[in-house]
Design a protein around this ligand. Sequence first.
Ligand SMILES: Nc1ncnc2c1ncn2[C@@H]1O[C@H](COP(=O)(O)OP(=O)(O)OP(=O)(O)O)[C@@H](O)[C@H]1O
Ligand SMILES: [Mg+2]
Length: 500
Amino acid sequence: MASTDRSLILAIDQGTSATKALLVDRSGAVVGSASAPLGASHPRPGWVEQDPIEVWDSVRAAVRSFDPDDAARVVAVGLSTQRESLVLWDRTTGEPLGPLLGWQDRRTADRCAELLAEGAGPLVADVSGLPLDPMFSALKAQWLLDTYDPGRGRDLCLGTIDSWLLSRFSGGREHVTEIGNASRTQLLDVRRGAWDDRLLELFGVPAAVLGEVTPSDGPFPAVRGLDPVPDGVPVLAVLGDSHAALFAHAGWRPGVVKATYGTGSSVMAVLGGPADAAGGLCLTVGWQHGGAAPTLALEGNIRSSGRTLTWLADLFGVSTTELLDSAGPSAEGVALVPAFGGLGAPWWDADAVATVSGLTLGTGRPALARAAIESVAFQVEDVVAAVEAVGGPIETLLADGGLSRSATVMQAQADLSGRAVRRADDADLSALGAAQLAGVGAGLWSVADLTDRARATTAFAPATTPEQRRDGRAGWHAAIARSRTQPLADTPVPVSRRHP
Ligand SMILES: Nc1ncnc2c1ncn2[C@@H]1O[C@H](COP(=O)(O)OP(=O)(O)OP(=O)(O)O)[C@@H](O)[C@H]1O
Ligand SMILES: [Mg+2]
């Protein structure tokens, strides 16, 4: 066993704002980490693009900083990726056509409204498990094809980021898509785990442009061009970033609920019984491995959480850390609803507008920073309450992601939710989850070993009264109502057992 004792897993987390990479040893310890930033462009209001080649280059840049001796010990690669974002490329040359359309992109909002008016919403929600919304890939697929192949005659490939990176590994020869990522395209029948002809027809996407739906443990093309990692190291796990974070929280146990605080946020849980996409939540394939059936998860997505803080920090010309440090003890009646491009779960209101309300002449940075922090916590609590309404009481919320590093944000979450919050101390759970599944595939450990492997966490206990929490949420929901063009009564407020 001496040789496998030195084995390392390379985990790559291709996120919206950066690609992160970790080296994980056999004990599960992170022995190396690297990161490469990634920009986005906004050529028109609501448009969010990235360059597919820059995404690939950021993956290579993150890995390139590792020591060649360590890289030589890598026995398997795990990949986690931002989801829903979409790339179109030429099958013959492997080269992208047009930009990567980011998950935050809103250019398809009008087409989405048309489809909703035509009554397509129920079929889409029923089959895909997702509400018809521009965030998911299907409308982006239609836009890319309408723009670059209106006659649908070219030999093209469409893929989410996992699919795009795997194509690069294979030198453009293979076109596969991991099932969890595929379930976020809005083209997959979430229960059958297969592309759905009705959805393909609705969105005008020929089946031929889509990759082969593949379980989270492969088979995938091996890595290539990832210096200093040798070509041919197998990719043994691919997961959506949010799914990977849930996996790293040992979230295959029903009742474990996690929130990832990244650019946006995702609240996700595997539920015990048969789940349905009720209460503004999505039904998603969490993962599929070991020859078992796909594991379904319930999820609520928040478009803007960490991004709200970076936006406000940019506005004040300070760093995110400085902004967080400058937050006052109270928002002083200010409410910030970060509906940049509408609201996600549980509202799914594409027309909601971002608002700041309750300003006075005395309002300054401390109150606005606090309002931004509270917007993250209130949004997460709305989704957690919706999950609770479907799946039963949630005492503890597990937290991860870049913004979870802020103790101020974590304490605000505990205070506004009235729930214990347990934050993973590891830097990047999305990468870690991909490493864990890859290590299962490499025979370094089993899923049972992972259950026993307690990870360090920091606990945050609520220090508020039920009355304070009730008043706080009432104020937040009044602010939500102001940001929406539809009356609040049209969408039931998720009532948590803690906020009767
Ligand atoms: N020093 C810091 N302390 C706390 N939060 C920070 C710090 N630096 C950045 N952040 C927050 O972390 C967020 C990015 O988190 P993360 O790296 O997990 O996102 P991502 O993986 O790029 O995006 P996503 O997972 O949504 O695709 C930023 O938007 C910012 O608000
Ligand atoms: Mg991330």
